[in-house]
Design a protein around this ligand. Structure first.
Ligand code: AMP
Ligand code: MG
Length: 506
C-alpha cells in the first residue's frame, strides 16, 4: 500500500491512439483524435469525505491525498487527459461529446490488473461544450454510493475510490426551470478497466475516419479483449462479447429494479459495466413505465421496461460503427440477434432464481407474465415483495402485505391464485437460499440517497457512511438497519425533487 506517486502508472491509451496536438484549451472540435491532454483544475479547499477501502486495496493505495484526488497537481507518472467520443442522445446523433467533466489521471498496473483512474468534476476540457466541467455534491454522492452498491449487488459496474469536496460553490439549475442555485462542488475518483464507451468508436465511424477507428479498435482488443485478434473473426468475437456483457448487465438492472435514466450510447461502457451515474433511480412501486429522469418525462425513452430494447438499439449503433472493419456484414446482424438471445437467457435464469425454481422451463413464462401483471395492479414495492416471497411459509398473500402501499386494495384472490400456482411449481419448497441471494433486501432507494445528501450538505457524512456500509451486504438481513432502511418509500419522498424527480443537471 502506498501513495499515488508509488503506483505503477501506464499511458497505454495515449501512446497507442492518436490524440490532440494542443494541450488543454477551450471547447472545440478535435477531429481525428481519441483524446486531449488536459490538466485537472485544483480545488481551493479539498477535503476527503468518502473513501472506498476495497478499491484502495485493489490498487494499492492508502486513504488520503485529497489534493490530487480533488484535481490538484498530478503526481509523477500520471499523464492526464480527457477522452473524445460521440454518441446518440435520446435517439439522435449528437456528434462530438467527450469527457466534458471527467479527466483521466492514468492507468495503474497493480500486477494483477490495470485500472483507469478518472476524476469526475475537476474542470473544463476541450469537450466541455461551454459548461464548467464541475460536479456538485449531490450528484457525486449518488455516483459514489450507487456504484459501490451496484458492485455488491452483483451488477457489473465502474467503481468509486473517493469523494472530495472542493470548497468551491457551483451554480446549477437542478430541474432546468430557471431556479439557479449555488451548490457545493465535489470530485469523485472513479475506477474501471477503462472508460471506453460505445460512442468512443461511433465518433470515428460517423466522421468517416477509418484510420482512427482502426487504431482505437486495435488498442481495445489488445488490452481489454486479448482473446480477440485484430481481424474479422476477432472483431466479430469481440462484438459478441460486448453484446453479451451488455445484455447481462441490463438483465441485472431488471433484477434489482435499477433504471439508468440516460442510456445514450456515450453512456454505455464497452465492458458491459454500468457507467455514468446521473439521473438514475430504483423502482419502488413496480411500474415498468417509470423513469426518474425528468428530462425524458415526455417520451420516457429510458423507462425501466424499455431498457432491454434500448440496449439492443445501442448495440445496433455500435455494430454500425465497427462495420467499416467487417466485410461480411451479415455477421453483425447475427451479433444483434445474439444480444437478444443472451438477454433472454440471462433473464430466464434470473426469473428462475428470483422465484426459487430449480431451473427455468418454457412453461414458466406464463407464471412470470402473470406475476408482472399482478405486480402492477396496485402500488407494490418491488424490493420488499421479492424479498418477502423468499420466506413465506404458505401461499397466502397475507404474508406479503408489508409490500403493499394500501393493504385494503390488495387483489387478494388473484394473488392467492398466483401464489398457489407458484407453490405447486416449486413443490412447496422454493430454493430459498437462491432467492435470498437474488432478491436484495437493501438497495439505494432514491429517498435513501437523498437523506444522505441532505445530511452531507450540512457537513454530516454519517448517513453516507452508514449507507456505504449497509449496501456492502445487500443480501444480508442486517437487522440493526431494518427499521431505518427496510421499508417502502415514505410519503415525503413521493414528490420530492431528488427522489421522484431528477435531471441530467449535476
Ligand atoms: P451525460 O448525459 O451526463 O453523460 O453528459 C453528456 C455530455 O455532456 C458528456 O460529454 C459530458 O461530459 C458533458 N457534460 C455534462 N455535464 C457537464 C458539465 N457540467 N461540464 C462540462 N461537460 C458536461
Ligand atoms: Mg456521460
Amino acid at each position: 500500500m502506498g501513495q499515488l506517486s508509488d503506483l505503477n502508472w501506464l499511458t497505454r491509451f495515449l501512446s497507442e491512439t492518436p490524440g490532440d496536438e494542443q494541450v488543454g484549451g477551450s471547447s472545440r472540435q478535435v477531429p481525428n483524435a481519441c483524446w486531449s491532454r488536459v490538466l485537472p483544475t485544483p480545488a481551493p479547499n479539498p477535503k476527503l469525505r468518502l473513501w472506498s477501502d476495497e478499491i484502495g486495496s485493489l490498487i494499492g493505495l492508502d486513504r488520503g491525498e485529497a489534493e490530487v484526488l480533488g484535481g490538484g497537481k498530478p503526481v509523477t507518472g500520471m499523464d492526464t487527459y480527457a477522452q473524445r467520443y460521440g454518441g446518440h442522445q435520446f435517439g439522435n446523433w449528437a456528434g462530438q461529446l467527450g469527457d466534458g467533466r471527467a479527466i483521466t489521471l492514468g492507468e495503474v498496473d497493480t500486477g494483477s490488473g490495470v485500472w483507469e483512474l478518472q476524476l469526475k468534476g475537476s474542470g473544463e476540457t476541450p469537450y466541455s461544450r461551454h459548461s464548467d466541467g464541475k460536479a456538485v455534491l449531490r450528484s457525486s454522492i449518488r455516483e459514489f454510493l450507487c456504484s459501490e452498491a451496484m458492485f455488491h449487488l452483483g451488477v457489473p459496474t465502474t467503481r468509486a475510490l473517493s469523494l472530495v469536496t472542493t470548497g468551491e460553490q457551483v451554480m446549477r439549475d437542478m430541474l432546468y426551470n430557471g431556479n439557479k442555485q449555488l451548490e457545493q462542488g465535489a470530485v469523485v475518483c472513479r475506477v474501471a478497466p477503462s472508460f471506453i464507451r460505445l460512442g468512443s468508436f461511433q465518433i470515428h465511424a460517423m466522421m468517416g475516419d477509418k484510420e482512427t477507428l482502426e487504431s482505437i479498435v486495435e488498442h481495445t482488443l489488445k488490452h481489454h479483449f486479448p482473446d480477440c485478434g485484430f481481424d474479422e473473426d476477432g472483431i466479430i468475437e469481440w462484438a459478441r462479447v460486448v453484446a453479451k456483457t451488455t445484455a447481462e448487465m441490463i438483465a441485472h438492472w431488471m433484477r434489482v429494479g435499477f433504471v439508468h435514466g440516460v442510456m445514450n450510447t456515450d453512456n454505455m461502457s464497452i465492458h458491459g459495466l454500468t457507467i455514468d451515474y446521473g439521473p438514475y433511480g430504483w423502482l419502488e412501486d413496480y411500474n415498468p413505465g417509470w423513469t426518474p429522469n425528468t428530462t425524458d418525462s415526455g417520451r420516457r425513452r429510458y423507462r425501466y421496461g424499455a431498457q432491454p430494447q434500448i440496449g439492443a438499439w445501442n448495440i445496433a449503433r455500435f455494430l454500425e460503427a465497427i462495420s467499416p472493419l467487417v466485410e461480411n456484414t451479415d455477421r453483425l446482424t447475427e451479433v444483434l440477434e445474439f444480444y437478444i438471445s443472451s438477454y433472454e437467457d440471462s433473464m430466464n435464469q434470473i426469473w428462475a432464481d428470483k422465484l426459487g425454481l430449480s431451473a427455468f422451463i418454457e412453461s414458466d413464462s406464463e407464471l412470470i407474465i402473470e406475476l408482472n401483471e399482478l405486480l402492477q395492479k396496485v402500488e407494490t414495492d418491488m424490493t420488499i415483495f421479492f424479498r418477502e416471497l423468499g420466506s413465506i411459509q404458505e401461499p397466502n398473500i397475507e404474508e406479503l402485505k408489508f409490500a403493499f402501499y394500501d393493504e385494503s386494495s390488495i387483489p387478494n384472490e388473484e394473488w392467492n391464485a398466483w401464489l398457489a400456482k407458484w407453490w405447486e411449481r416449486v413443490d412447496s419448497n422454493p430454493d430459498r437460499e437462491k432467492m435470498m441471494q437474488t432478491n436484495p433486501k437493501y438497495v439505494l432507494r432514491n429517498w435513501m440517497a437523498q437523506l444522505a445528501i441532505d445530511a452531507a450538505e450540512n457537513e454530516d457524512y454519517s448517513v453516507c457512511e452508514e449507507l456505504h456500509r449497509l449496501l456492502k451486504a445487500p443480501y444480508d438481513e442486517q437487522l440493526v438497519f431494518e427499521s431505518n432502511w427496510y421499508h417502502k418509500r415514505p410519503e415525503w419522498a413521493r414528490h420530492r425533487v431528488g427522489c421522484s424527480m431528477l435531471s441530467c443537471s449535476s
